[in-house]
Design a protein around this ligand. Structure first.
Ligand SMILES: [Zn+2]
Length: 179
């Protein structure tokens, strides 16, 4: 990984942890298509995620996302083996499975917030676009065999500023911190 990119990622993760209490091991929800691309490009998913997030990680996959791999059949054999190693995130859509993007939306977006502090690794550009509107959803995808984390979205930047301002005013109103 290029030096500058690595430094940017470190800064980003420091913000996610300070402003939004992200903690290791980072829970990464991986979609079926990203699993598939990882095997196609012969990448090491866990290692790459650790490099980007610069800490320990816990890859997870929802029931609907792994089902999408089974639906692809033989061509996805390797990707299924990979996904089986991950912790299964129960999404309770087993009876009527959802599309991967609807499922991830249901799991991540709790009343407009990323309540469980998931990192989302998805090849679905439209879904990433939707998640940019929610503060503090780190987004990862693969672009031509390079794994990338998106820069902080404007919604996230705004929430960071708000949280820093709140801390500042809390500090000013705390007599102990004035001494
Ligand atoms: Zn689901």
């Amino acid at each position: 990984m290029r030096q500058r990119r690595s430094k940017n990622y470190r800064k980003q993760m420091a913000l996610y942890s300070r402003a939004f209490q992200f903690r290791e091991p980072y829970q990464v929800l991986v979609d079926g298509d990203l699993c598939y691309d990882v095997t196609m490009y012969k990448m090491n998913l866990e290692k790459q995620l650790e490099n980007i997030l610069q800490g320990t990680i816990k890859p997870m996959i929802t029931q609907c996302c792994i089902k999408s791999l089974y639906d692809r059949g033989d061509e996805a054999k390797e990707a299924i083996e990979l996904a089986k190693r991950f912790e299964r995130r129960r999404c309770n859509h087993l009876e009527t499975p959802l599309s991967q993007s609807d499922c991830l939306n249901a799991v991540v977006n709790v009343k407009g917030k990323n309540k469980h502090r998931y990192v989302v690794a998805t090849q679905n550009a439209r879904l990433r676009h939707q998640f940019r509107a929610i503060a503090a959803v780190p987004l990862i995808y693969i672009n031509r065999s390079v794994m990338i984390m998106e820069p902080l979205s404007p919604a996230t930047q705004l929430a960071v500023r708000k949280s820093e301002e709140e801390k500042l005013s809390a500090g000013l109103n705390n007599p102990r911190s004035r001494a």
